[in-house]
Design a protein. Sequence first.
Lengths: 425, 424
Amino acid sequence: MTERIIRNDLLGEQYYEIEHDSGLRVLVMELPRYTGAFAMFGTRFGSVDTCFKRSDEADYTTVPDGIAHFLEHKLFESEEKDAFERFNQTGASANAFTSYDRTSYLFQCADRVEENLEILLDFVTHPYFTEETVQKEQGIIGQEIRMYQDNPDWVLVLNLLRAIYHANPARLDIAGSVESIAEITPALLYACYRTFYNHSNMVLAVAGNVTKEQVLAVCDRALQKEAPVRFEQIVPEEPDTVAQPYIEAVMPVELPKFALGFKQPAQPLVRSDRETVAMEIALDIAAGKLSPLYHALLEKGLINPSFSAFYFTGRGFAVPMIVGESADPAAVREAVLARIEALQQNGISDEDFSLSRKQLYGRAVRGFNDVDDLAYQLTDACFRGSTLFGEIESFRAVTKEDVTEMLGRLQSANSSFSVVKGAKA
Amino acid sequence: MKLQKICKGVRLAGCGAAQFKTAAVSLSLLAPLDEKTTVRALLPGLLARTTKEYPTTLSMNRRLGALYGASITPSVKKQGEMQVLTLTLTTLDDRFALEGEDVCTEAIGLLCDCLLQPDVTQEGFRPENVRREKALLRQRLDSENDDKRLYALRRMTEEMCRDEPYRRNPCGCRDEIDAITEKDLLDCWMDLMLHANVLVAYVGSLPEETVAAVLKARFSAVQKQELPELRTEFLTESYGSRTVRETQDVQQGKLVIGYRAGMTYEMDNYAAIRLMTAIFGGGTFSKLFCNVREKMSLCYYCSARLVRHKGLIIVESGVETANAEQALAAIRRELDEVRAGNFTDETLAQAKRALCDSLRSVTDSSFSALSWLESLGMSETFRTPQEFAELLQSVSREEVILAANLVTEDTVFLLQSGRKEAQA
């Protein structure tokens, strides 16, 4: 077992990063001023992982869309008490979620943190799938998928990713479809589980009123040593240009919703903190609340405060995105593109750069307030090969030149526009 | 956590908490839900987005940017039969300012300016600002129809409380927006300054007394009057259940059921009813989760919650239209089970543990601590999360059963999927 302390003097915070003997990486942030703790146990397995080959197998395995999410639901069950029933004994509130590139299991509790950790580690490391329980889950997940299909914001982003990417699996719906989940079998679930739920592909993060010793004692009891599983994921060839510049859906919405996204180079698969921070600043200068663009569009009644710009990234995908609601989405698109082109030609002022940097730094510090955010960010940074403080430190290191470079990557000729509007509009 | 009086009509519910790296402060004006709801609903946006000193949204936003991205967010909601108009500030703690600036007190001063120093003339608020806020309020009211879960919930409430002030949307009526003038808004603001009670909620690392001092200095100039608490009417019993159906072009139906909880005021029999609601449908141990979701596999969500400030219990579920009647029958059956006492002592203990655990975690998030202070600071009796936990612990099984037998079904609202518009 090895451990190191990762520290940030400005924030006055630190945490431990431990390579546990079981092969699991464990992150512990001791915060004695909080009442309780938040724990997150995550694996690098999400909806984008649809085709893989293990080093100890000859063939590629292709799995149905939505299987990572399906597996998340099924892992709560066991032959005896399911995970929810076990957490009901302690009073902790437990949950899980699946995104494009990861699955996370979590709980928040005011006390009995060791008992809760033991339940978390135990249920995630003990899968139990049968034909019968797999079939039963198809009903609940089918309803979940229908709920998303009625959500215009969900459809808006899903469509944007479909317009930007030709083949990248980020264009798939996280939960899959009613048809794709019908193909899921216990054997496929076990194949995914044995590959992606290997300790070497996972991380445990705990933040709050807890000590490193408490966490490690539970890990010692609950985790068996596992030999690492090696596998490669198949990333389909993705052209440099967008698949389609415009995509539209008709849904029962009163005011049209829009999302403008810019295609980025396929590499690197995981974006650095510095790139992320530079792009966030570029988007903030172009279209954030400090920009004359935002002010002008708001005064003209073309946007409302839902208008926002952010860098949407994960393993294997990265899309600078500007979203909002408008009676005239095309006019907003035109104004945004004109603003970006003007900045590309005239350059960024020192004042805009330092103001945006200051604002975004302040917001990043706020992310250190709550134990749930901290556990999430610890996991996220670890999966990206960074540390909890990487982003904050990048705000100090980032230069105007970095931001200018990112601004140059917002090319109107290589952008896609997604609109969701009502039948009348 | 404590509640203190700043001056006439202004109270501070504060929680100095060194673990946080921010200060969160909300200023809420409390008004009745009445015929002036729409004009008041325009005020938070007008007040939050500009001030006398920063008269454009751009200058205001750049000032907030310089305060390390502080934000002042307007909101309108109802609590019981009160319309609550709120400006919420979030700002960085001074310790993390890169150049040693006084971020916190500057930002709190700016928040006070929003409420006390708006950009007005004798004729009223600026026409361009009023135009903008009217357009935003229209959009907001329109977009309330987009989220079908919230839409169904709102429609059920309107139908259930059609003869009570609670039917009103706190954001007002779309039809009334056009006729409102700049002067109406000025009169409304001046009236609120004098006659509305103000609740300030604060969570942050500055001591409560520092914040209290800033507020005292700012609010002492306002000649506020002390006003009685606003009252909410509680109907203890339903006059019989009625069903309302609507059809829209949606994938999934929404079933919402409203019950009268048998309460006569917000703390009346509160602890027993809160636990009863939890056993019925408030967690993964509950009857609705275990049976309607897990065993019957009918819906992805099916849960019950208590609206303490109005004495309502509301069940929400997303369900295939073809299965809606089956789900409704199952939900009714589960409530009957609770009424008959068909739940184990273990389930009661689980409900207590879950509720108390989350109460004890309230101060682990600045947002949940602030919400707690806002909600309790407006109530007649201020209690800490710890005091609520003690109340819940003392409830017996018999009290839960008695509480369940006071609950009466009032209104069933079903949003069905189909091609037709509304039907009777």
